[in-house]
Ligand binder design. Structure first.
Ligand SMILES: [Fe+2]
Ligand SMILES: [Fe+2]
Length: 628
């Protein structure tokens, strides 16, 4: 009897242990993910590059402006930021740290070796594991083989499978999860690259994970989905040819894909035709405001995302880099505030460096030789754009000196917004001109209203819009003051730039733009439309309409976000392997044929859409291609 009880006890123990094991296998896991650390080892050469550029008048913190980088990134602080990140990670409960590419800024051997040394020391002292994949910066001078050799201890050594043609690999972590680390970079190229072979390798890993009953979590540097209307500003952010990777992820329940590269926080849901979904989670750059990373916790009840920030950095070496003592004091007292100032000033540096009278000609490849008429028109408008970038939004509070510096003359208008004219010496009707000192006065000259705000100029607004984007705080209301000020300021800017050209020149410009976009399009438009639009270029209402169209993707990006909250949110869990997959019978959705709207209004809107595309090209010259 005793023997029977003992056998039963042993059997019960075996069953309960195996039950516990199968439960543990799917219990969950958490990790830290950071991206785009852009680490630079501080060398004498780097120190010498702390330039003292003259600060524009709108800059309030000259001492920080001097070493602000025109991308808003913390270049000279990147080492201190990385050290702070690693010590915060060491103190955390998470066992794994993932860095999704752009580990170093230069991709040089010196920087990679220094990065490896830091990660190694971290692994040894914290007993945690680091997993990396390359970003475009990491392969500037490295081949795949070199990258894998340098970073061998951070994933490759523990890999279940490796792709011989790229730096992709898979590695198991706790809780029944497996990381699918996808190399999206090209060989010695700075752009993204996926080819059929690499996607086939990914597919094989999906099949293997399914048979191994592992939940796949993908990590890559470039973005799979288009998250931001700003994306066109940095060509190559999104992988252009993905060979059906979205469907592959949906079908194999790769529910979460982590990426970086865009230097912005965003979570986006993708649903395929079969109603299957995955989420792409983009993590912002660690060395750029808001200097943050994610803690991700996978459990049976869901996947929890938490954004954490770098709280404090060690500034003890900063004086030796030539960084101003006031700036160091600020970094010590309030590091997030310091990162914000550096971001704002970097963005201002970027715009002031990029916008010149030549900018529009560069965008459209127009030279004096290939198109003299358009060259002169674009130069005139570009010159105005250069002036207006720091033009005050409001007149109130300007000193006499500032007023003298910014003063411009515009057409005087009556209370209905019509230009006031007078006869000149020859008896010709000419517009009466009036001096103004702000965009607000331009708006008001048309009977419009510029609401009060804290923003001082277009640079402030550009920094605001970009900040919303990088911090994942989209969702400003369309009836917000920010929206109103942005649209009004840009319409006033457009008016201001158009003062430089005549109605005929504007018509010629529109014709040129539309022809450049799509030669066949021009022929389809009503003949007098160009003349009509050009004729109303002096109308503020039309400019508002124009601006709304032209900036719709920006505005949409900054003021709306229908996707999940981007920072702190709980999303759906992976399906348990214990539950039989349910495949509801698929019903063919009847496809609705879109009806063609042939009204004049529709054509007019279509026309503006085309023009808007051109203006987006204008912004595209502000490309971040070399930056991300
Ligand atoms: Fe990148
Ligand atoms: Fe980057």
């Amino acid at each position: 009897m005793k023997k029977l009880i003992s056998i039963l006890l042993v059997l019960t123990m075996i069953f309960s242990i195996s039950a516990m094991m199968s439960y543990a296998a799917e219990e969950g896991v958490s990790f830290i993910i950071a991206s785009d650390t852009h680490y630079s080892k501080i060398t004498e050469t780097v120190k010498r590059s702390v330039t003292v550029a003259p600060a524009p008048a709108s800059v309030e913190n000259e001492e920080t402006y001097a070493h602000a980088v025109a991308t808003g990134q913390l270049r000279y602080e990147s080492e201190a930021v990385l050290d702070a990140f690693l010590s915060q990670a060491a103190a955390s409960d998470e066992k794994y740290v993932i860095i999704s590419g752009d580990l170093t800024d230069s991709g040089s051997e010196t920087d990679a070796a220094a990065m490896v040394e830091k990660l190694k020391a971290f692994e040894i002292s914290s007993k945690k594991s680091v997993f990396v994949i390359p970003g475009n910066h990491d392969v500037i001078s490295f081949t795949k083989a070199q990258f894998k050799e340098y970073y061998k201890d951070f994933g490759y050594d523990k890999a279940i499978a490796q792709d011989s043609a790229s730096a992709s690999y898979t590695v198991d972590i706790d809780g029944g999860y497996r990381l699918l680390m996808i190399d999206t970079t090209g060989e010695k190229l700075s752009g993204h690259q996926l080819d059929e072979a690499r996607v086939n390798w990914i597919k094989a890993q999906c099949q293997k994970a399914k048979s191994d009953k592992k939940h796949l979590v993908a990590v890559m540097h470039h973005n799979l989905l288009q998250h931001f209307a700003f994306d066109f500003m940095h060509e190559g952010a999104i992988i252009s040819n993905i060979f059906g990777l979205e469907d592959l992820f949906c079908e194999y329940d790769v529910k979460y894909v982590f990426s970086g590269h865009s230097h912005a926080q965003d979570i986006m849901k993708y649903e395929n035709d079969n109603g299957k979904v995955f989420y792409e989670v983009v993590t912002a750059a660690l060395n750029l405001f808001p200097v943050s990373y994610r803690v991700v916790d996978f459990s049976k009840s869901g996947v929890n995302f938490e954004t954490k920030a770098i709280e404090k950095i060690d500034t003890s070496k900063f004086a030796s880099y030539g960084i101003d003592s006031k700036a160091i004091a600020k970094a010590d007292a309030d590091f997030m505030g310091y990162a914000h100032i550096m971001y704002i000033e970097g963005i201002k540096k970027f715009f002031t460096q990029k916008i010149s009278d030549e900018i529009l000609c560069d965008i459209f490849d127009v030279t004096l030789e290939n198109n003299e008429e358009i060259y002169h028109i674009l130069r005139k408008m570009g010159g105005k754009l250069e002036n207006v970038i720091e033009f005050p939004l409001y007149t109130e509070g300007l000193s006499d000196i500032e007023e003298e510096r910014v003063s411009i003359s515009i057409k005087k208008r009556d209370s209905n917004g019509n230009p006031v004219t007078q006869k000149d010496a020859d008896g010709n009707e000419v517009s009466v001109m009036v001096e103004v000192f702000s965009l607000q006065e331009i708006v008001e000259s048309y009977g419009g209203r510029m609401v009060d705000s804290v923003y001082k100029n277009l640079l402030d607004l550009a920094a605001l819009l970009y900040e919303i984007h990088i911090t994942g705080r989209e969702g400003l209301r369309l009836d917000s003051k920010e929206y109103s000020v942005t649209v009004n300021s840009l319409a006033a800017t457009m008016n201001y730039c158009l003062y430089a050209v005549s109605t005929d020149e504007y018509a010629a410009l529109l014709k040129f733009l539309v022809n450049r976009l799509e030669p066949s399009f021009f022929g389809q438009m009503p003949k007098d439309l160009y003349a009509n639009i050009a004729g109303i270029h002096d109308s503020f209402e039309q400019n508002i309409l124009f601006i709304t169209y032209m900036l719709s993707p920006f505005i949409k990006s900054a003021f709306t976000d229908d996707d999940p909250e981007d920072n702190n949110v709980k999303l759906e869990a992976y399906k348990s392997f214990e539950v039989a997959p349910q495949n509801p019978p698929q019903q063919e959705k009847p496809k609705e044929e879109p009806k063609e709207d042939t009204s004049f209004r529709a054509k007019f809107v279509a026309f503006f859409d085309k023009i808007a595309e051109f203006f987006r090209m204008i912004f595209s010259v502000l490309t971040f291609q070399d930056v991300f």
